[in-house]
Design a protein around this ligand. Structure first.
Ligand SMILES: NC(=O)c1ccc[n+]([C@@H]2O[C@H](COP(=O)([O-])OP(=O)(O)OC[C@H]3O[C@@H](n4cnc5c(N)ncnc54)[C@H](OP(=O)(O)O)[C@@H]3O)[C@@H](O)[C@H]2O)c1
Length: 276
């Protein structure tokens, strides 16, 4: 299974990396991996801005980069007037949490959508202006209440009924960034939104993106994320599962069950070097 990991170099034939060093690489779900040096990233910001190696999974990780490029490059959030209404789904998850905080940095009024009262309270505690529980029977009414001027910008991680509700609340010339569709991944046949017709009436821009498109800009994005983090503008939140690689399938399932708040990380303890 594909997956990125902060790993210790145990042996190296490259002059660029030494045993004992910590690096970032797409190792997959495994205790040991042989990776070409050109596919390994150095944790350049460790020690700067208070960054520790683990931050390369959370506040500087792939999901944080996704939030960054989705908001800034794909959504062009800077073009929206300050105070515009921004809604983020999957807001208490790894990507959504950073996406919402970036919108706050850009001076927007930010509403998070998440499952359950506890997650909604957490979102408000980290600076979201409002939070709406999509599991509540009054979800759409609650969403309308906090979006009296409709939705100017939507960052979608979930798809499904939440996306549909946001199409229904779309403002004129609104931007919808389609980042993910977690509500659809386990369905045999994904279901699309009924109110997509508002794209026409409201002259919306709806655009999807993949973080890998911006690989050449990862370093500068990480610099910016680290700077915001050191200034207290970004809160880091990790959900750490400790154990072995055996925990990985259960941890993946936890994302679909909403068990995580923030970045889900599996900490693999003491892989035996005897297996090498
Ligand atoms: N475009 C890209 O390049 C890119 C890159 C990375 C990730 N993504 C996408 O970004 C999204 C978030 O990924 P992540 O890694 O940051 O995961 P995450 O948000 O940390 O975890 C997933 C969250 O989704 C919510 N969820 C699960 N089932 C749901 C449902 N049926 N309806 C509504 N919400 C549901 C759960 O929160 P609740 O408790 O609130 O339900 C869960 O905590 C995913 O769709 C992923 O595919 C896209």
């Amino acid at each position: 299974m594909r997956g990125s990991a902060i790993s210790e170099v145990v042996a190296s034939k490259s002059k660029d990396y030494k045993a004992g060093e910590y690096v970032l690489a797409t190792t997959g779900w495994t205790e040991f991996a042989i990776i070409k040096a050109k596919h390994v990233e150095r944790l350049k910001l460790v020690g700067k801005h208070g960054i520790v190696p683990g931050d390369y999974q959370s506040v500087l990780g792939m999901t944080a980069l996704t939030a960054y490029f989705g908001m800034i490059n794909c959504g062009r959030i800077a073009e929206k007037p300050k105070g515009s209404t921004v809604v983020v789904s999957g807001a208490a998850g790894a990507t959504g949490l950073i996406a919402g905080q970036i919108a706050k940095i850009y001076g927007m009024r930010v509403i998070g959508i998440a499952g359950g009262k506890q997650k909604c309270e957490f979102l408000k505690s980290v600076g979201f202006d409002e939070a709406v529980d999509y599991k509540s029977p009054t979800f759409y009414k609650d969403l309308c209440k906090v979006t009296p001027k409709f939705i100017d910008f939507f960052f979608d991680n979930t798809g499904g009924d939440i996306l549909d509700a946001c199409f229904k609340r779309a403002a004129f010339k609104s931007v919808f960034v389609i980042c993910g569709a977690v509500s659809q991944y386990l369905k045999g046949k994904p279901v699309g939104p009924a109110y997509y017709t508002n794209i026409i009436a409201q002259r919306q821009r709806v655009e999807g993106f993949i973080v890998f498109d911006y690989e050449s800009e990862y370093d500068s994005a990480r610099e910016k994320l680290a700077e915001w983090y050191s200034q207290g503008k970004l809160t880091k939140q990790e959900h750490v599962v400790k154990g072995s690689v055996e925990e990985l399938p259960q941890a993946l399932q936890m994302l679909f069950d909403g068990k995580n708040t923030g970045k889900m990380v599996v900490h693999v303890d003491g892989a035996s070097k005897a297996k090498l």
